[in-house]
Design a binder for this molecule. Structure first.
Ligand code: ATP
Ligand code: MG
Length: 286
């Protein structure tokens, strides 16, 4: 029998689209994705289980799935034995403590004896313990942000991305417990064959991630400025330089990382570059 790698991803919700997209960018398109129960791919020996995100750490720990995609918030809350193999760069959010906007906050000791509503009792309790604060944690499974408004709790600990949900409910963020993003996790006891397949998948994921962080840049430069312009462009090894049909001009091709992108473009323009084209890169293998 051909060995397959079994991956657990969220059945529906905030991580679903990005998880399927990541696999697709890795050249792995899923069959019958609409049913969202269990499917396979024709492109890679992968079997996919669609689950509630809360269950993914346990399925991976138990070896029902070999790997999984889940938020760090859920992984650490469930406190399961699964190893993080790669940060995936999507599903970014933070687990924060928030109080009513009109309440005074004077550091974490303000939370002493308060009722805190949350879906993350383990992480909240660990955070409070670490800061030697005793409070009453009240676990609820959803709509945590309305708890203070209806008198259920004085304080909430919930996931925040833009902060607009907190704002709309008259709350303000006072502590950050955890910064989170989606991660790829693996079972601790994978076989040699499974690890080889995971390595193949990881190779593709890294190429996709790297491509997203970089742009392909083409520009025209007067030959007398080439030295200055090339010094600004690292490229994968070094930039390619091709002569233009017009004498005295060259076309320069290179790769720029997102972090330094705008700064470099300004410097290139100032150095005499013209007709700068910026093109997305699909995969990048270095
Ligand atoms: P499920 O039905 O699978 O249990 P869920 O309702 O628990 O889904 P979602 O709201 O779909 O979960 O969120 C899934 C994950 O998306 C979160 O655990 C978190 O890692 C991430 N996430 C990113 N931004 C946010 C946000 N603003 N609010 C909530 N989750 C976010
Ligand atoms: Mg959930």
């Amino acid at each position: 029998m051909v060995q397959k790698l079994r991956i657990a991803i969220q059945k529906s919700g905030r991580l679903y689209d990005d998880s399927v997209k990541l696999l697709s960018e890795c050249g792995i398109d899923l069959r019958n994705v609409r049913e969202r129960l269990r499917t396979e791919s024709d492109d890679f020996p992968l079997e996919v289980f669609f689950l509630r995100d809360d269950d993914i750490p346990q399925y991976v720990e138990d070896g029902v799935a070999d790997i999984g995609i889940v938020g760090e918030n859920v992984l650490y809350e469930k406190n399961r034995q699964a190893e993080v193999v790669e940060e995936l760069g999507f599903g970014k959010c933070r687990l924060s403590i928030a109080i009513l906007r009109n309440q005074h906050y004077d550091g974490i000791r303000t939370l002493k004896g308060k009722r805190i509503a949350t879906s993350y009792p383990f992480l909240v309790a660990s955070y409070l313990k670490q800061h030697n604060v005793e409070a009453d944690i009240h676990e609820i499974s959803g709509s945590v942000e309305i708890a203070p408004g209806i008198g259920l709790a004085d304080v909430v600990a919930d996931l925040v991305s833009s902060g607009s949900t907190l704002f709309m409910n008259g709350l303000k963020e006072v502590e950050t417990i955890l910064q989170s993003q989606a991660v790829l996790i693996k079972n601790k006891d994978l076989s040699k064959e499974q690890l080889d397949l995971l390595d193949k998948l990881l190779f593709r994921i890294k190429a996709v991630k790297k491509a997203k962080r970089n742009k392909y840049v083409l520009l025209n430069a007067p030959n007398e400025k080439l030295g200055e312009i090339i010094a600004l462009l690292p490229g994968m090894k070094s930039p390619s330089v091709l002569p233009l049909a017009e004498t005295g001009w060259s076309s320069v091709h290179s790769v720029l990382s997102e972090d330094e992108f705008w700064e470099k473009i300004e410097q290139l323009k100032a150095a005499g570059a013209q007709g700068i084209l910026v093109v997305p890169i699909e995969k990048m293998v270095v």
